[in-house]
Ligand binder design. Structure first.
Ligand code: GBH
Length: 482
């Protein structure tokens, strides 16, 4: 099928995040981040795991980049730890030259190998000092200034070589898991019995605004002072599943599915990509708990032209409307989420984590919907899965990963089909280069294309790592028979 062929310049590679792989938390002048604190709470909120050592990528990055070369990656997405660059986080706080030197080494090593660096500025690791100083993401006015300064330092120091920037990874997860359910750092919630502080009805929406304005200011700064000379591009990575109605004959479920996606994606994409207010459905349900944008802020949003939509996609679900009005603590848009529909049909094949089923058909619909709504080139900045039972497997078992291979194939196929629908999709990053700290799930779920032995820190390529190149190369060749 010629139409699902990927262009020769289709960007592809693997993704990681600083706290999940680096370790060396007390080295190189690094300041603490909110995950250092969260991982050491008692009783443990992260299955007794922490990023103290993680994959020790801080010391092993050359070995990891050897793997990237071996796998044929053209690009690599990683995140910079804010607290390695500015240990105390703030705009008047000192810059840590050792941290700058560390990321310079990473960037230069990638470039020597012919691998394009894609840099995420924020993957959930807020400097702890900012949380302590003024409440971190809860302080909309302060945090956006500090994030802008941090972003500027990164452009100044790395922007001669880094041409692809992602401001934030999954602001939805930061706001909801950090401040509504309390499952992620800084672990605030008024509904979770493990949490002593928080206000689920209000805090996530304040944090959302802080994240949106921080993104906008970082983009505006790039546009004003760096773009002309550095000629890079800048985007944001949003998560969000695709939803179909639980009962396809019930218009209320169809509305619920759309509303659920607005709460997931429109919350951020409306202001960021359309310089528009939050979705109507959110305003309607949340009222003035959703902090408004001032005229001045709308101007900042409009000035912050964002080049691409980074999409983190793993799975899809069915949405069922709720009969009652939403409680104040609802964050989903007053829907029930299901993995089977009314007929009992499953949304997709089960993976190695309960929340992830393989749904490539809905991925195609998702891509096409997102492209038609926000009209930006899409890069898949994360996609991947653990194989069923992989958390209990030996290394020898885990490196034979047919489920992951099929998942990649099916999702690449969906990309081809959505391109056929007219979507512009220019790249794909598999999550993840290696098994790593899966946040509150600790070292259980293995999303890597490389097996990590957490005792010896030995890396072993899984079959999927070596086959991904062929899967993409095959799609880049028009089929002779057609
Ligand atoms: C991404 O988050 C992250 O960007 C990445 O760092 C992470 O390693 C990767 O995905 C794999 O998870 O157990 O029912 O509470 C994806 C968002 C957040 C989706 C946690 C699943 C758990 C649902 N994920 N969530 S549940």
């Amino acid at each position: 099928m010629t139409a699902s062929v990927l262009p020769p310049d289709f960007e592809w590679g693997f993704a990681t995040a600083a706290y999940q792989i680096e370790g060396a938390v007390n080295e190189g002048g690094r300041g603490k981040c909110i995950w250092d604190t969260f991982c050491h709470q008692e009783p443990s909120r992260t299955k007794n795991a922490s990023g103290d050592i993680a994959c020790d990528h801080y010391h092993k990055f050359e070995e990891d980049f050897d793997l990237l070369s071996k796998y044929g990656a053209g690009a690599y997405r990683f995140s910079i730890a804010w607290s390695r660059i500015v240990p105390l986080g703030g705009r008047d706080d000192p810059i840590n030259e050792e941290g700058i030197a560390f990321y310079n080494q990473l960037i230069d090593s990638l470039l020597r190998r012919g691998i394009t660096p894609w840099v995420t500025l924020y993957h959930w690791d807020l400097p702890q000092a900012l949380h302590d100083r003024y409440g971190g993401w809860l302080n909309v006015d302060e945090v956006q200034k500090d994030f802008e300064r941090y972003a500027r330092v990164c452009y100044e120091r790395f922007g001669d070589r880094v041409k692809h920037w992602i401001t934030l990874n999954e602001p939805w997860i930061q706001a909801i898991y950090g401040y509504a359910t309390g499952g992620n750092a800084p672990g605030r919630s008024s509904t979770n019995p493990h949490c002593t502080e928080g206000d689920t009805a209000r805090e996530p929406w304040i944090v959302g605004k802080a994240l949106i304005m921080s993104h906008a200011r970082a983009v505006a700064a790039y546009n004003q002072d760096f773009r002309a000379e550095q000629k890079g591009v800048i985007g944001v990575s949003l998560n969000g599943d695709y939803y179909e109605p639980w009962d396809k004959n019930d218009p209320k479920d169809a509305e619920a599915a759309e509303r659920r996606m607005q709460f997931h994606i429109g919350w951020f994409a409306n202001p960021i990509f359309l310089a528009k207010d939050y979705p109507d459905s959110m305003r309607k349900q949340l009222g003035d708990r959703l902090p408004p944008f001032s005229l001045e802020e709308f101007k900042t949003l409009a000035a912050a032209q964002t080049d691409f939509y980074g999409m983190n996609y793993y799975t899809s679900q069915f949405a069922k409307h709720c009969a009652e009005a939403a409680p104040e603590t609802d964050v989903l848009g007053n829907v029930e989420e299901h993995q089977s529909n009314k007929q009992g049909e499953s949304v997709g094949e089960a993976s190695g984590v309960h929340w992830l089923r393989s749904c490539p058909g809905m991925f195609r619909k998702h891509l096409t919907r997102v492209h038609s709504l926000y009209k930006k080139p899409i890069y898949i900045t994360e996609n991947g899965c653990p194989c069923p039972g992989e958390d209990k497997m030996t290394r020898e078992e885990s490196i034979n990963d047919p489920f992951r291979i099929q998942y990649f194939k099916d999702h690449l196929d969906a990309i081809g089909k959505s391109r056929q629908d007219g979507s512009i999709i220019n790249g794909y990053f598999a999550w993840s280069l290696m098994d790593n700290l899966e946040w509150s799930d600790g070292f259980g779920p293995r999303f890597g294309v490389t097996h990590t032995d957490y005792d010896t820190l030995e890396r072993t390529p899984k079959k999927s790592a070596l086959l991904l190149k062929d899967m993409i190369a095959d799609r880049q060749r028009p089929h002779a028979s057609l």
